[in-house]
Design a protein around this ligand. Sequence first.
Ligand SMILES: [Zn+2]
Length: 261
Amino acid sequence: MKLQRELLAEDEPLPFAIEHESGASLFFLTCDHGGRRLPRKLGDLGLPQAEFERHIAWDIGAAAVTSHLADALDAFAIRQIYSRLVIDANRDPSVESSIVTLSELTEIPGNLRLSEAQRAARVREILMPYHDRIVAELDRRQAAGRPTVLIAMHSFTPVFKGIARPWQIGVLYNRDPRFAHALKALLEAEGDLTVGDNEPYEVGDLTDYTIPVHGERRGIPHVEIEIRQDLIADSAGQRAWADRLARLLPEAWRRLAAAAA
Ligand SMILES: [Zn+2]
């Protein structure tokens, strides 16, 4: 059956990009906010082009760090390629902030007064194909008995609503802090980092989707990682952070496995 597309044109890509599809690593990387494409039908959402350079459109640097990390670990990585301004890939679609009308201090004209059909098309064509692909892959690994650790990669703006943030990196979690805290201990042992513990955000059912749904409900180890955007704005920073995480993530897993044994 051919899926009727109302939002995406026939020549526009599916909403996810995958790297290392057959990667051997137990780590499984997601990048919910790594894209800033817009479906042509939405035009520019009524925003000046400069807004699409900003963090409100995407997680600056996160896609490149995820890509380098996937290379270093030989890990499956999936990235949402459409902008979070179309629909937030890390929100339950029933939550108000799923399609933002105000992001930080910027109003999004193209998101005002959407019809139910317009909302439903964004959910059906942008949000769900991305999460369905994650589910399919995690199901496949589970069926094969492969251990999996979900790593949700994000980046945060150094200054939010005028307040400067002190952390270089944060580990985020909600119901299961185990992997996050194993990683946090290793990051702190590096000696040069101020590590956020559920900072600058915490994971919750209303503010997140990927960790609650694919990590917690499935019962697999997980962490959401937030890296400050000024540190990963260029390729040297992106590589340095990917290298650091490629070194620390397997060690965090070893410690967690040893503690459970
Ligand atoms: Zn994000």
